[in-house]
Design a protein. Structure first.
Length: 181
């Protein structure tokens, strides 16, 4: 609640799709919520939300959040049928999971994953969804993703904060922005 009162930019609440979290979102009133497949035992999200399998549950929950004036983003793998399902359930935004790209071991694997992200961003744009991306992006791999035509925002937190320990937050952010440009 305190962050919502002090943030001077757009607040995005990343959350699991639970009754409690939707209640908190309605009370706090962030600009956006990003629904992720979060489980209590996970340290971080390991993949995208399965929108296709949960379409009947997600659609009314998305409608509920949008009725409260909150834009809804769905964190999904860069898979065509998942992206199409995002449009069907009423999402405004998709956040493409870049974890497989970030974890690629060879240049060939990374190129393949980048091509999947490019295709997913193109499809999201064609479906009138705002396209953002994130997960595992850092100072060594962010530039190719930042160059993708329809990516409007990158969600990068861990790499920036980790680097800030050594360089300070201002420098860490400036360095990342330079790579994204």
């Amino acid at each position: 609640y305190l962050i919502a009162q002090t943030v001077q930019t757009r607040l995005n609440l990343e959350m699991a799709d639970t009754d409690e979290m939707r209640r908190i979102a309605r009370e706090v009133g962030p600009a956006t919520v990003t629904l992720v497949p979060e489980k209590r035992e996970e340290r971080t999200t390991e993949g995208g939300l399965d929108v296709v399998s949960h379409r009947d549950v997600l659609a009314p929950h998305i409608e509920e959040l949008k009725a409260a004036g909150i834009a809804v983003s769905l964190f999904v793998d860069p898979v065509r049928y998942q992206i199409a399902a995002c449009r069907e359930v009423g999402a405004d935004i998709i956040e493409l999971h870049t974890g497989d790209y970030a974890a690629a071991k060879t240049p060939r694997e990374r190129d393949t994953e980048l091509e999947l992200l490019r295709d997913a961003a193109d499809l999201g744009h064609d479906l009138d969804l705002i396209v953002v991306a994130g997960h595992g992006l850092d100072y060594t791999n962010v530039t190719p993703v930042a160059r993708l035509k329809y990516i409007e925002e990158l969600n990068i937190g861990h790499a920036i904060i980790a680097r800030a320990i050594f360089t300070g937050l201002d420098r860490a952010v400036r360095d990342m922005l330079a790579l994204m440009r």
